[in-house]
Design a protein around this ligand. Structure first.
Ligand code: PLP
Length: 422
């Protein structure tokens, strides 16, 4: 979103205030041009013969977003069987979907095998079961390199206490299981967490994974996961993807020469593709001064956008209605009966009740983590592209909250409502 002549505008000159006027508030808005830009940036940053970007759709599993990324050429990274199903639903081919779950039951993995998608296995126990059931199906394994990366302990997944992946120290055990079951390991995977602050750490982890790779003769791909840092503020640090791409690709190409085969280099970004493309728009219900604080209370809360509270994430806030107002210091809060603080002591152009505020970097893990807490309906989602806007998810209604519930008066029940004790 750019500020032009005192108006914030999306790509193609779309006015976000008109979108809120038309679709209502609160509202998630995605700028497809930014998703396209990020995809192309990443796609051209890695000069290797075989390269694939799998979109980690847990960041935003709206099927129109998944479709856009498919059309750009992405594959899909799924962490649940329903994400696999959504991928197939929007037209991804099974071979372009990778299933990288954590702590799921063998049943779910068996379903994925039947659907023909690639699988990365996350524990030795499941690897053994997989070998017993599907010895002929090539499979990948997720390695935990124990690199401490990630901006926040909730989102770093490679460290020693992490539940993710098979520890590199267990490699001898993995090799025994592979030999005994006759499995073919065709891929290695790692994902060290989100918000990797410098590419040096990433390159170290990559080196560990390449070292592991020398133990396997039938590899087809090496998947380095994700965790690219995107800017959240002006002049914020971000992963220099072009520089990182050059360095990793150089090392990767050299490794492939030693290995004697052109392996596929794979990444599975969520945040890098989606974060900056999304905006969360909400109206100010109340401006409330207390003895210590000037609150701006919104028509939304942690039920719709939980990153600030859950991860302590910083999200830029702007007043779209009055961008030229004199900046004052606000604490921006939600309407949920919890302390749901979006932003603390933030300078924002003077806020009036009825103004529309915008949270930036809301494209990844925004709507995807929304809930019905306080029996609130989840917001609508809109995507803009080339000057047009498209409703890609309806705003929920009370009916959606009631839909799967049964109204049972257990003290005075109708007989037919009893379950297995009927
Ligand atoms: C969440 C996740 C990703 C995406 O992480 P981002 O930080 O959003 O890029 C990639 N791979 C796996 C296995 C994940 O669980």
């Amino acid at each position: 979103m750019t500020l032009d002549n005192n108006r914030y505008l999306l790509s193609g000159g779309v006015d976000p205030l008109e979108l809120v006027e038309y679709y209502g508030s609160p509202l998630y808005v995605y700028d497809a041009a930014i998703i396209e830009r990020q995809y192309k940036r990443m796609d051209s940053a890695f000069p290797v013969p075989r390269f694939k970007i799998n979109y980690a759709c847990k960041a935003n599993a709206n099927i129109s977003i998944m479709k856009l990324l498919k059309n750009l050429g992405a594959g899909l990274d799924a962490v649940s069987i329903n994400e696999v199903r959504l991928g197939l639903h929007v037209g991804y081919q099974a071979k372009d979907i990778t299933f990288t779950p954590n702590c799921v039951a063998m049943d779910e993995i068996a379903l994925a095998v039947r659907m023909g998608v690639r699988i990365n296995i996350d524990s030795i126990s499941i690897l053994e079961q997989f070998g017993d059931a599907f010895a002929k199906v090539p499979v990948g394994i997720r390695i935990n390199p124990h690199i401490m990366a990630g901006g926040n302990s909730k989102i770093s997944t490679g460290h020693i206490d992490s539940k993710f992946g098979i520890s590199i120290h267990q490699l001898p055990h993995v090799l025994k299981v592979v030999e005994t079951t006759g499995l073919t390991i065709d891929g290695l995977h790692m994902h060290t967490g989100s918000d990797i602050l410098d590419s040096e750490v990433f390159l170290q982890a990559a080196e560990i994974l390449l070292n592991v790779a020398t133990n396997f003769d039938h590899l087809d791909y090496i998947d380095f996961g994700s965790g690219f840092k995107v800017p959240y503020k002006f002049n914020d640090i971000e992963t220099d993807i072009e520089d990182f791409g050059q360095r990793l690709s150089g090392r990767f190409n050299e490794f492939c020469r030693e290995y004697g085969k052109e392996l596929k280099l794979v990444f599975e970004p969520g945040k890098f593709l989606l974060s900056q493309a999304g905006y969360f728009l909400a109206r100010v219900n109340v401006v409330k001064p207390t003895p210590s604080t000037l609150f701006a209370g919104l028509d939304t809360g942690l039920n719709h956008f939980i990153r600030p509270m859950f991860y302590n994430a910083f999200h830029r806030v702007e007043n779209l209605s009055h961008p030229d107002g004199k900046p004052r210091i606000y604490t921006v809060v939600g309407y949920i009966c919890e302390t749901d603080t979006f932003a603390n002591n933030r300078k924002i152009a003077e806020v009036h009740e009825g103004d529309t505020l915008c949270f930036f970097n809301a494209g990844a893990y925004g709507f995807a983590m929304a809930s019905n807490y306080n029996s609130r309906c989840r917001p609508a989602e809109v995507m803009v592209y080339k000057g047009n806007d498209y409703l890609i998810r309806e705003r929920e209604k009370l009916d959606d909250i009631l839909k799967n519930q049964h109204e049972v008066d257990v003290m005075n029940p109708a007989k037919e409502l009893a379950g297995k004790t009927k």
